[in-house]
Write a protein of this length. Structure first.
Length: 158
């Protein structure tokens, strides 16, 4: 992760993509969101969705996986170049979570993040607060997920 001082409002990054297999959709559904349109392909055909679709929470969890993996790749690249990486702190939360379109079994979703606000914290001088608009699109470039998230990012020492 870049240090807080290196980030700019408007910076956008593609975090990665995830393909929602029918097996993964049903497994997540059975474990965490046991509604028929997430767990049973035949029953899902009779639902308002018309086909097996992922839980919104599954879609959001896939965003998190891509976020963590992207940051790990960036940190490894920095380490290979002999550069330090900033520590990510906790997230104080998110707002405006929207699942704007179903994610169907077989869809490949691409996740992105754009910085919309940066705030240095006088009460926590080691940290800055980054606010980002997080989004996801299916393979047809249709939006399926959006939310505004916040995370603490380490400031440069000294």
């Amino acid at each position: 992760m870049q240090f807080f001082e290196d980030l700019r409002i408007g910076d956008k990054s593609v975090l990665g993509s995830y393909t929602f297999s029918a097996e993964a959709v049903m497994a997540f559904g059975r474990e965490f969101d046991p509604q028929a349109f997430h767990t049973d392909a035949e029953a899902a055909k009779q639902s308002s969705f018309g086909a097996l679709c992922a839980s919104g929470w599954h879609t959001t969890a896939a965003w998190m996986r891509c976020f963590v993996d992207c940051r790990a790749r960036e940190d490894a690249q920095r380490a290979a170049q002999g550069e330090p990486s900033a520590t990510l702190g906790p997230s104080p939360g998110f707002r405006n979570l929207k699942w704007t379109r179903p994610v169907y079994a077989g869809d490949t979703i691409t996740f992105a993040q754009q910085i919309v606000d940066l705030r240095a914290l006088a009460s926590r001088p080691r940290w800055g607060l980054v606010t980002a608009l997080n989004s996801a699109e299916n393979q047809r470039q249709q939006p399926v997920l959006s939310f505004t998230g916040m995370i603490f990012v380490e400031r440069r020492p000294g």
